[in-house]
Design a protein around this ligand. Structure first.
Ligand SMILES: O=C(O)CCC(=O)C(=O)O
Ligand SMILES: [Fe+2]
Length: 349
């Protein structure tokens, strides 16, 4: 069946002259967050060369033999490391056909950098890029704090990447080229999902299309799958960053800001992109010790560690429900099968 598409405007927001224009930028960001949940950031201060260098670094990482990458396997407890064809989304119940590598600043990354001798210079380039992303994120955090009536540095403190319990993640993604078959097999790239972080910054490469969004979600505690999509084309020429609100900010704003469903489409129709795709996502995650509650107190206060655990378990339960349904089993059996996070399949964001 043909995908239903709808043109929705993705607001384009400039961070130029940030200090002098902060009120105007805040109001643009708040409007975008309250409506489509996605926006395109320009004049953000990360030079194009920094992004290109990181994409080159990413390609260098993924071109290593699997036996090398397997030295730093994905750890669900730490939400860091490398996985291949292992992430299952509740929307599809099937693994994404991709590999990804998640990096962090804090203790969660211990033992999950490849040795310098395998990939010289990789870590320095990655940390430099991550610090650049953090600087932009902190500007967004000031604006969202103002928009919600918190002190300017409220969200910055809760996402302090210099603390060992930082959970912020930079994720390199590599989707494999897929055959233009009509055999009925579906090559999921990133099945529909919301991110469970505060705000995500996504870097795409020119020509490597596939990102689509589906707005309409009202509360952060619900899954919901719409079927009318809007394409978000890469705009690498203007060095833009696609940003989206995650479940954490949705809940921290008492559901005022929207964490919008999105996917990288499983290519299947004329005009779809079947080639290899690289992207980079920067997920702002709270400190494990951060205390999270919106200004209206709609949801009980939770720590950053609890929020992450709840998100993983909720996702895991949904994956299990979906896969059991696909196998003709019943929901009642799900509860007893929900294990600790340690045993969960990879369900991040
Ligand atoms: O690869 C992309 O463009 C999107 C990836 C994504 O949505 C995610 O990893 O959460
Ligand atoms: Fe995502």
């Amino acid at each position: 069946m043909a995908t239903k598409y709808l043109d929705r405007a993705i607001p384009r927001i400039s961070l130029a002259d940030f200090d002098n224009r902060i009120d105007g930028i805040t109001s643009e960001l708040v409007t975008a967050a309250e409506n489509v949940g996605f926006f395109c950031l320009v004049d953000h201060g990360i030079p194009p060369a920094t992004v290109e260098t990181m994409f080159d670094n990413s390609a260098r990482f993924f071109s290593q033999d699997d036996s090398i990458k397997a030295k730093v396997p994905f750890s669900p407890q730490n939400n860091a490391g490398w996985e291949k064809n292992a992430q299952i989304r509740p929307s599809t119940g099937a693994p994404d056909r991709k590999e990804s590598y998640q990096m962090q600043f804090g203790a969660g990354m211990e033992g999950r950098w490849l040795p310098e001798s395998d990939i010289p210079g990789f870590k320095d380039v990655a940390l430099d890029f991550m610090n650049s992303c953090q600087a932009v994120s902190e500007k967004l955090m000031i604006c969202f704090a103002r928009g919600l009536g918190f002190e300017d540095d409220y969200f910055i403190k809760a996402h302090d990447v210099s603390k060992p319990d930082s959970q912020t993640v930079a994720r390199l993604l590599h989707y494999f080229a897929t055959p233009e078959t009509t055999s009925g097999e579906i090559y999921h790239r990133a099945g529909a999902h919301t991110d469970w972080d505060f705000v995500t910054m996504l870097f795409q490469k020119a020509g490597q299309s596939g990102l689509e969004i589906c707005p309409g979600r009202e509360v952060s505690t619900q899954f919901g799958y719409g079927d009318t999509w809007t394409k978000v084309e890469p705009d690498a020429e203007s060095n833009s960053i696609i940003c989206n609100i995650g479940d954490l900010l949705m809940s921290w704003s008492d559901d005022r800001f929207k964490s919008t469903f999105h996917r990288v489409k499983a290519p299947c129709e004329a005009g779809d992109f079947y080639g290899e795709r690289y992207s980079i996502a920067y997920f702002n995650q709270p400190l494990k010790s951060a205390e999270i509650q919106g200004p209206l107190g709609k949801y009980p206060m939770v720590t950053g560690a609890e929020f992450t655990r709840n998100a993983m378990q909720r996702n895991f339960r949904a994956v299990l429900e979906k896969t059991m349904k696909m196998q003709g089993l019943h929901g009642g059996e799900v509860e007893e099968k929900v294990p600790s996070v340690q045993a969960a399949p990879i369900t991040v964001s």
